[in-house]
Design a protein around this ligand. Sequence first.
Ligand SMILES: Cc1ncc(COP(=O)(O)O)c(C=O)c1O
Length: 309
Amino acid sequence: MSLMSEHVWMDGNFVPFDQAKVPVMTHTLHYGYGAFEGIRAYERSDGSSHIFRLEEHIERLFESAHILGLVIPFAQSEINQACVEVLKKNKFKSGYLRPLVYLGSEAMGLGALNNTVHVAIVSWQWGAYLGDEGLKNGIRAKISSFNRSHVNVNMVKGKICGQYVNSVIAKREALKAGYQEAIMLDTQGFVSECTGENLFMVKKGVIHTAPYGSSILGGITRNTLIQIAESLGYEVKERLFTRDELYTADEIFLCGTAAEVTPVKEVDDRQVGTGEPGQACRQIAEKFFAVVKGDDPEYPHWRMDYTLD
Ligand SMILES: Cc1ncc(COP(=O)(O)O)c(C=O)c1O
């Protein structure tokens, strides 16, 4: 995987990748007070390109900034357009987009109220986040010894830079223990989500996922899959559930912009269902990939088409 691209959008201008740098006194670098998004652009089977649910991602970016009390010095429509331009300028028919809102370097210390709010947008080629094999056949997950932040410890509905220490510490623990992903419980012990993915489990044909109002990030892929699952005739229940319900689930799958739809074949060394991706996961993933990569005409409002000049 290469993180390279030719051009990076910084505060309204394109700069060459190797000049897209920030001063070491950048406030967000020290304290994590900033927000970001992760967005995928796909090339479909007819050769066309689109950005998946761009407007919803940029809306969440603005919400994250608002939660932090930061005013982004661009209109939402300008950031939408800038994302399209980043892909076009880099001649990317598909790719991953990372808009980042960060505080400048005028003042240090926690109480720096007046630092400039900057926006950068970078793009790179990112394959299957949890590996091609994981995407196809499922991953091994572990319940983390770290909890997902309590809703009044961190602002869990925001995609806020510093909050990802919680995710990274859990992810590193899981990887070092030989698993591919960590499942995080909330501070009451209910299943929340993973380090960068929401989680679904299936029991007797019914799909369950933690409620939007709990400690989870309101994932755009989660919302996508709920709509797809319901249109396929599945009942989706948003409710709290415990880790032992996971142990006896027929299916578990994770979802996110990076992870797309990834089955879980094992939790805490217990096989999930048959150990193969289950029927609900397969059907939902098939529809998801047909919409984003194939030629399925449904949900056109989720796709913002663009063409390279
Ligand atoms: C903690 C967390 N949960 C869930 C998700 C999935 O969200 P989305 O589907 O909007 O990418 C992400 C990724 O953004 C995440 O970082």
